[in-house]
Design a protein around this ligand. Structure first.
Ligand SMILES: *Cc1c(COP(=O)(O)O)cnc(C)c1O
Length: 307
């Protein structure tokens, strides 16, 4: 396991100092929040002696990190991938995963939707034998346990802690680790009626903490997950978001990914612009990584940096 030392990049926006917690820098291959989500899962898999089996799409950060982490620890792993093999096998993420020893098993999107059903898991057991299962996106109890370690005592000074949310397990880990008076704000990258709050609450309850609730307006004493910055849903974008991403990278020298951290940074700046945060508050933004997906994203949408 990594010897985790938090790395902070300080920036200044509208005379507001903001610290960025650079999880993207903690490991070149399985850095980002995925390290924390995987660490106890990989440990359990190693003890069990079973191969890891997990699910993801052809550009998945979770698949990338799982392949790299298992490769380093000599654990065999199987990636069940939703998508067409003829196209998918050429995604940089799939090439990387295969090069790092992950056995790829492509299934149709229809089949992929049944990935949590017992009958399908039984089918996979027949094919691959017993395995240690990590759900899609890596969101499980072990992941939340790992994400509690993102914050150390050095982060107790912040009034606000921000992160991007896909399954909500990173958010739950941060919320559980934060002190009671710290406001933890998640930014949903998914469209949909606040299912993420329910997801996060499932974890908070499991760990014995009070639930969060939906909240709009000024964010002065509420921890919540905001659903206002998804830009049309998962992996969707508009020109404003793209311009913003390249501006942030140029101004502050902090690389962002399109799917999570660009929307996260946009949200924090927008909240500041609209006076929705406490004055003179100390702000921490958790950079969860995900940069591996940028190349394919740019190729897919023909996004050209405005440099
Ligand atoms: C996976 C991922 C997330 C989402 O984490 P959850 O625990 O699923 O909410 C956020 N940011 C990046 C860069 C990711 O790869």
């Amino acid at each position: 396991m990594l010897d985790y030392i938090p790395i902070i990049t300080p920036i200044n926006y509208l005379n507001t100092p903001i610290d960025i917690l650079r999880l993207d820098l903690i490991h070149p291959l399985y850095g980002g929040n995925k390290y924390f989500k995987l660490k106890y899962n990989i440990e359990k898999a190693r003890v069990s002696g079973l191969p890891v089996l997990t699910f993801g799409g052809i550009h998945s950060n979770h698949i990338f990190s799982t392949a790299a982490y298992c490769h380093e620890y000599g654990i065999s792993c199987i990636g069940v991938i939703g998508g067409d093999e003829k196209v998918g096998q050429f995604s940089p993420t799939m090439i990387f995963a295969k090069d790092h020893g992950m056995q790829l098993h492509f299934i149709t999107r229809e089949k992929y939707r049944t990935k949590t059903e017992t009958s399908f898991l039984d089918e996979l057991k027949k094919k691959f034998g017993e395995f240690y299962l990590i759900p899609e996106g890596g969101g499980n109890h072990e992941a939340v346990e790992g994400c509690k370690e993102i914050l150390t005592s050095a982060q107790e000074k912040y009034d606000y802690i921000f992160c991007a949310c896909g399954t909500g397990s990173t958010y739950a880990g941060l919320k559980l680790a934060a002190k009671a008076d710290q406001i933890v704000i998640g930014i949903s990258v998914l469209k949909g009626e606040n299912t993420l709050i329910a997801e996060a609450n499932k974890w908070l309850k499991e760990f014995g903490q009070q639930p969060i609730s939906e909240y709009k307006g000024q964010l002065v004493d509420h921890s919540t997950i905001l659903n206002e910055y998804h830009f049309g849903g998962y992996a969707n974008y508009d020109q404003q978001l793209i311009d913003f991403k390249f501006e942030v990278e140029n101004w502050f020298g902090i690389p962002l990914d399109y799917i999570y951290t660009a929307k996260l940074m946009y949200a924090v700046f927008d909240l500041l612009n609209n006076d929705r945060l406490k004055k003179d508050a100390k702000i921490l933004i958790v950079h969860t990584g995900g940069l591996q997906g940028n190349k394919a994203y740019e190729a897919r949408y023909q996004l050209i940096p405005i440099l």
